[in-house]
Write a protein that binds this ligand. Structure first.
Ligand SMILES: C[S@@+](CC[C@H](N)C(=O)[O-])C[C@H]1O[C@@H](n2cnc3c(N)ncnc32)[C@H](O)[C@@H]1O
Length: 233
């Protein structure tokens, strides 16, 4: 029997119109659809393509706790074992990835466990990085400038060092780290030009000067755009 293929499908930042034609075709053809979800809430990835899911498809939800800590090895291993059994039985599996599958996505953990033994096809998606700059209508890097992508979960000094080493930065995973980030930006004299983008491409998208944002209102799906020279435009 031929074994199934694992598809890592990039879904884009949230607007269903940013799902590619290729992802949509492969999603509709897959008998099994797997996706990450938070511990108790719904799956953002599933919500993006909910209108195209068909009741005949088997759905596998992989729940990841939203807490910091070491890599979630046990969750990845359990999910990979379940998907491997389906692939070995000949079923194709579509793994839904918000944004791009390999840009800070959980698909990287699944790929590490299944990539050596199974056929894998990865379809890139519009990542939050490009969705946020488009939403803000701000060019982030030009010519020979350097861009850094920084997780807001890093310690303050590390964020500062990485900001100092790049011409521009995208800072992701804001949520409860926002107040700390705001302090670092103020210390480096970057606060006044920093831009805040929340839920880019969705109807409730919010774009504002970062300095005006109440830390208590910041969700996980929010990103900061920073340039050491001022933004053009
Ligand atoms: C685990 S990363 C996943 C990134 C995703 N794979 C991608 O390609 O964009 C999650 C972080 O991406 C950023 N992000 C994802 N979607 C976003 C959106 N629609 N608007 C703003 N930020 C977003 C947020 O900073 C969030 O904390």
């Amino acid at each position: 029997m031929t074994t199934g293929c694992l598809f890592g499908l990039g879904l884009g930042p949230g607007d269903p119109e940013l799902v590619t034609l290729k992802t949509l075709r492969l999603l509709r053809a897959a008998p099994v659809v797997a996706y990450p979800a938070t511990e108790h809430g719904e799956s953002f990835a599933r919500r993006i393509v909910a209108q195209w899911l068909d009741r005949g498809q088997r759905e596998i939800e992989i729940r990841f706790p939203m807490r910091p800590g070491p890599p979630l090895t046990a969750i990845y291993q359990k999910a990979a074992a379940e998907l491997a059994a389906l692939l070995d039985a000949g079923d194709d599996v579509a793994y839904l990835c918000q944004g791009d599958p390999l840009f800070y996505g959980s698909f990287a953990g699944i790929l590490a466990l299944l990539g050596a033994r199974h056929r894998v096809v990865i379809v890139p998606g519009v990542s939050s990085l490009t969705a946020c700059t488009a939403a803000a209508s701000k060019p982030l890097v030009q010519r020979d400038e350097t861009l850094s992508v920084i997780s807001a979960g890093l310690p303050e000094d590390e964020i500062a060092a990485r900001l100092n080493a790049a011409d521009a930065a995208v800072i992701i995973k804001l949520g409860r780290h926002f107040a700390k980030l705001r302090g670092v930006l103020a210390r480096l004299g970057l606060l006044d030009s920093a831009i805040y983008v929340e839920r880019a491409s969705l109807p409730n998208q919010r774009i504002a000067a970062l300095a005006t944002i109440d830390p208590a209102s910041v969700p996980y799906f929010a990103t900061a755009l920073v340039r050491r020279r001022r933004f053009a435009g």
